[in-house]
Design a protein around this ligand. Structure first.
Ligand code: B16
Ligand code: MG
Length: 217
């Protein structure tokens, strides 16, 4: 039986990936190299510090820890400026309807995001009231594919991992769900999310009834 749904934020409920991309691209420009949209795919679901390491590797730049911390902060300040302007029009198709349906059907709803800016995004888009628990990058010590974020989410809503379903757009997030002993729904393309229990293009293609049917336990 499914008792809780745990949602990733970026790429599942809202599309903040483009703001992350613009902010990282601006930083790369200042460092003197081009950071493409394809490069940006490698940063999805990855923590801020790990993202910067990937970016610097692409640019062939080596820096000390203090300088890296300064650049990560610089990128984040820009990103925060973008997300400050977000509103409910940026909720991805099908997300709000499915969150509402989960609650109506008595299914617990939790957030499991790597972002330290999750609260700002949830508040600006009006999504905060739909959650029974919110676990984000400010609560975790290990990044996906470590299962920590989802295990904390399950614990916060008092549900056993086998009764939780994770919704994720990143391969690292699907792996985190599997390691947590949870089933998962990949949001995106079957090529990158083949490890998920089920893959759909967006939350528009799912309902609680369909979820129960395809997972059947
Ligand atoms: P911040 P998610 C992730 O969010 C993003 O996918 C990833 O690109 C970002 O680097 C990470 O959050 C950290 O975000 O810099 O705001 O702490 O997909 O786990 O909801
Ligand atoms: Mg994501």
């Amino acid at each position: 039986e499914i008792k809780a749904c745990l949602f990733d934020l970026d790429g599942v409920l809202v599309d903040t990936a483009r703001y992350h991309y613009i902010a990282w691209r601006e930083l790369a420009e200042e460092l003197g190299f081009v950071f493409t949209e394809q490069d940006n795919e490698r940063l999805k679901g990855v923590s801020r510090a790990a993202s910067l390491n990937i970016l610097l590797e692409i640019g062939g730049i080596e820096l000390g820890e203090a300088e890296k911390a300064r650049l990560a902060e610089q990128k984040n300040n820009r990103y925060v400026e973008y997300i400050a302007k977000m509103d409910s029009s940026e909720i991805l198709p099908g997300a709000l309807g499915f969150l509402k349906e989960c609650r109506e059907q008595g299914i617990k709803v939790a957030l499991g995001s790597a972002s330290k800016n999750a609260m700002t995004i949830l508040n600006n888009t009006g999504l905060t009231p739909y959650f029974d628990a919110i676990i984000d990058g400010t609560h975790t010590s290990a990044a996906k594919p470590d299962p920590e974020v989802f295990l904390l989410g399950a614990q916060a809503v008092g549900t056993a991992p086998e009764q939780c379903v994770v919704f994720e757009d990143a391969a690292a997030g699907i792996l985190a769900a599997t390691r947590a002993g949870m089933r998962s729904v990949g949001i995106g393309s079957p090529e990158t999310l083949s490890a998920a229990t089920l893959v759909i293009p967006s939350l528009q293609q799912i309902s609680v009834a369909a979820l129960r049917e395809s997972f059947s336990v």
